[in-house]
Design a protein around this ligand. Structure first.
Ligand SMILES: C[S@@+](CC[C@H](N)C(=O)[O-])C[C@H]1O[C@@H](n2cnc3c(N)ncnc32)[C@H](O)[C@@H]1O
Length: 308
């Protein structure tokens, strides 16, 4: 059978800004794409691609009316989320006929552990594609946005950490020793300190002075985040890195760090200059216990999370 006549097996949700990376990745891994709606792509031969906000295996469902669509979806599952796309008004009418999770701003921390909803988008006025399984830790279309904290954090980077911790189901607490590399001005350290953790910041540049005054459990060390003091590494239960550094150098470091006996979690931003190295991304993904996200709050970067 020709590829065009086959049913789509999965959907990808992609940010405008990273379409070129996504298309390049799909081409390298020979994934055939058709664009259903702006930023929503279907594939008949999907592979895990990383420059995507969200990805689900799908089933196709033909329907005759809004109420017929809602009835058929209800038979498949109790909880639904509408992921937007073309034929938006009709999609919203179907959503109104279902017990549908509405897109909203979340207060951090969010527990996504109990997410049971499946999601759908319309491929034509009388056809929809729906996720074959509940999305579990994910949010339909990768749209996870938070009520902002405009007072506390010294940078907006804290939103990336909110999102990564939510999707990876990681919570920080007072038992944690957090080593934050490339930490200045201190948005990530702020999140860790608010959770009650002891925080060691390492950066070449000085952090926000108000942050250090406000949180006595935050300490700052001036230096190279790729080679932090051994004593800090040995104590760390969590390593965070939002360092502006070569992902290849970071890869060498995380390969060493994951052998640290106390370490439980690493959250690292992979920042690329120019076109990303897709092979290197897969090397990160191949580390046991890893997941890679293109977060709603990421720019031209991915977020790698490792859990022991
Ligand atoms: C995007 S900022 C980090 C923002 C921070 N996560 C926050 O929440 O405010 C990147 C930081 O990486 C630091 N940096 C880059 N390379 C570094 C290195 N090799 N060692 C230490 N810091 C580094 C820069 O000085 C800069 O402060």
């Amino acid at each position: 059978m020709k590829a065009e006549t086959q049913l789509p097996k999965a959907l990808y949700f992609v940010r405008d800004e990273t379409l070129a990376e996504f298309r390049d990745e799909a081409k390298q891994y020979r994934v055939t794409l058709s664009e259903l709606s702006p930023g929503i792509f279907a594939s008949v031969n999907p592979e895990r691609l990383f420059w995507v906000l969200d990805y689900w295996p799908v089933n196709r469902l033909a329907f005759t009316s809004v109420s017929d669509a809602a009835k058929q979806l209800r038979r498949m599952g109790r909880f639904w989320a509408y992921a937007g796309g073309n034929h938006y008004r009709r999609g919203m009418l179907i959503a109104d006929n279902l017990r549908c999770e509405k897109e909203r701003l979340w207060n951090f921390p969010v527990s996504a552990r109990g997410n049971r909803w499946q999601a759908f988008t319309l491929s034509s006025p009388n056809d929809l594609l729906c996720s074959a399984q509940p999305l579990k830790h994910r949010f339909a279309g990768g749209r996870l946005r938070f009520v902002e904290d405009r007072e506390g954090p010294p940078s907006r980077a804290y939103l990336k950490l909110y999102e990564a911790l939510t999707l990876a189901d990681v919570s920080l607490g007072s038992d944690d020793q957090v080593l934050d590399l490339g930490a200045t001005p201190g948005g990530w350290s702020y999140v860790a300190a608010c959770a009650g953790a002891q925080v060691q910041m390492v950066d070449r540049a000085a952090p926000d002075s108000g942050l250090l005054r406000k949180f006595p459990q935050i300490r700052f060390h001036k230096g190279d985040g790729l080679n932090p003091p051994v004593a800090l590494l040995e104590d760390a239960t969590v390593i965070l890195s939002d360092m502006a550094c070569e992902p290849a150098k970071l890869f060498e470091s995380v390969e060493r760090w994951r052998k640290l006996p106390r370490l439980k979690v690493m959250v690292c931003t992979l920042k690329f200059h120019g076109k990303s190295d897709k092979h290197l991304i897969r090397q990160f993904a191949a580390i046991a216990g890893s997941e890679i996200y293109h977060l709603w709050h990421n720019g031209h970067e991915l977020t790698w999370v490792w859990r022991r």
